[in-house]
Write a protein that binds this ligand. Structure first.
Ligand code: SF4
Ligand code: SF4
Length: 442
């Protein structure tokens, strides 16, 4: 039985732009830019230098601690190791590779037979996933091996998140339609690591073909349930998804394991399959390139490091893009430099025209309370925003700003266009900075 989480909104889905478009393999570009930071945690240190020759899938960056390695997505020659523009809006140390278009595969990459996979222990699989550089590919980019290790022995439910509730994005929808057997095999690997006999794939009811394909590829003995949930944004948010599937509420500041759950994005699950069965590290991913000014929106299988510019050009545009987002229109991050590379957490590039521009001269709160009605975290956005204006970190904390999942429901519904989410992002960073200062003092 599906539970309905509190709040949420129903923005125009606009999935029709790309949901029927078969994933196309994007030809590898002449240059790829591989940032050393594509995950939550310590950035990698480059393992190569200018002039080195690299093979496709070769490890080119790694580090100790909370970190996953990065790999070359093409074969060729390292042109530079230097700071380059990044989707976060900053610059990040990156390895720039000139593609030789030979696709010479790294000799370490070897497929495993089913017998070899069956013989792997849970720890061996976690190590393979770590070495393959796998992170949460829905945008969270948390190292997957750490999530898995932390969940062993602590969870009774695993959920694959194929919700994909953001407007325009169809990458996971296509994955479920085109490679359901690999997604299911990936989930079985996760179930084996976590020692579970049952698993869930949660998906919204606006993806009927994907639901059909998943169900058609399942056997009763698999112990896998496809949970079809009514479409509502942000159904794909981790805490809301857990509630929708299990009825369990993750406590404030808590992790899914606190209620016995672990959630993995659909693309992450497929990447686990690729790593364990094919020995292939995370060097490419499906990206939906969509939006109202594109001539031909597409789902593209893209080498990591391909520039946004190249992908937008591959779709053509009828007018000059007014706004380009890494991600969807609700949670995506606006980009100012389209030379930024596609990284592991980029599931979509949304390209919008001038008709999406809105100028707000006076964004004073009307105290209508609509933002409170839609907040899926049951927060009080209007009071949170007031606490930001007071500039008091204590007041911000007291209003639970750290519980905000930045889903954008409040800003979407606000009739006064108060820049709520922007304010919450800045406030959360302020709180984190304060905490770091306190820790340094102690
Ligand atoms: S962005 Fe934060 S405050 Fe606004 S609706 Fe989402 S969780 Fe609530
Ligand atoms: S929705 Fe906007 S105008 Fe209404 S209370 Fe919230 S912040 Fe104020």
């Amino acid at each position: 039985m599906a539970f309905s989480f509190f709040g949420g909104v129903h923005p125009e889905e606009n999935k029709w732009y790309a949901c029927d478009k078969q994933t196309q393999i994007y030809p590898s570009p002449d240059i790829v830019v591989i940032p050393m930071s594509q995950h939550i945690g310590a950035p990698c240190k480059p393992l190569v230098k200018k002039g080195d020759l690299v093979t496709m899938g070769q490890k080119i960056g790694d580090n100790q601690g909370l970190c996953v390695p990065v790999h070359a997505s093409v074969s060729g020659k390292v042109k530079a190791v230097e700071a380059r523009a990044h989707t976060s809006g900053t610059t990040v140390l990156s390895v720039v590779i000139e593609n030789d278009h030979q696709d010479t595969l790294c000799p370490d990459i070897r497929k495993r037979t089913q017998e070899q996979v069956d013989a792997l222990t849970a720890q061996e699989m976690v190590d393979i996933i770590h070495e393959a550089g796998i992170v949460g590919m829905g945008g969270a980019t948390f190292p997957t091996h750490v999530k898995l290790s932390g969940a062993i022995g602590k969870v009774d439910t695993v959920i694959i998140n194929a919700g994909e509730c953001e407007p325009y994005i169809t990458a996971d929808d296509r994955l479920c339609q085109e490679e359901p057997e690999k997604l299911i095999a990936g989930l079985k690997l996760i179930m084996k690591i976590l020692g579970l006999k049952e698993g869930h794939i949660a998906i919204e009811d606006n993806k009927p073909q994907a639901v059909r394909m998943l169900k058609a590829n399942l056997a009763a003995s698999d112990g896998i349930h496809v949970d079809v949930l009514p479409a509502k944004y942000p159904q794909g948010a981790e805490k809301q998804l857990i509630y929708a599937v299990t009825g369990r509420e993750v406590p404030s500041g808590g992790l899914p394991a606190a209620v016995g759950c672990a959630v993995f994005n659909a693309a992450t699950c497929k990447a686990i399959y690729d790593a364990v069965y094919d020995g292939m590290p995370l060097i490419r991913r499906i990206v939906t390139v969509s939006g109202d000014v594109l001539m031909e929106p597409k789902n593209l299988l893209v080498p990591i490091g391909t520039s946004f510019n190249d992908l937008i050009d591959a779709c053509g545009h009828s007018e000059y893009p007014y706004k380009v987002l890494s991600g969807g229109p609700m949670m995506g991050v606006a980009q100012y430099d389209l030379n930024v590379p596609t990284i592991k957490g980029v599931n979509a590039i949304t390209v919008l025209g001038r008709r999406n521009a809105y100028a707000v001269e006076d964004s004073r709160c009307l105290r209508c309370g609509k933002c409170i009605e839609v907040c899926p975290m049951k927060l009080m956005p209007v009071l949170m925003y007031k606490s930001i204006q007071s500039n008091s970190v204590e007041e911000m904390k007291a209003n639970n700003i750290m519980d905000c999942i930045e889903c954008g429901c409040c800003a979407y519904t606000c009739p006064a266009s108060v820049p709520l989410v922007l304010g919450f992002r800045v406030a959360k960073q302020l709180i984190r900075n304060e905490a770091a200062k306190e820790k340094a003092k102690a």
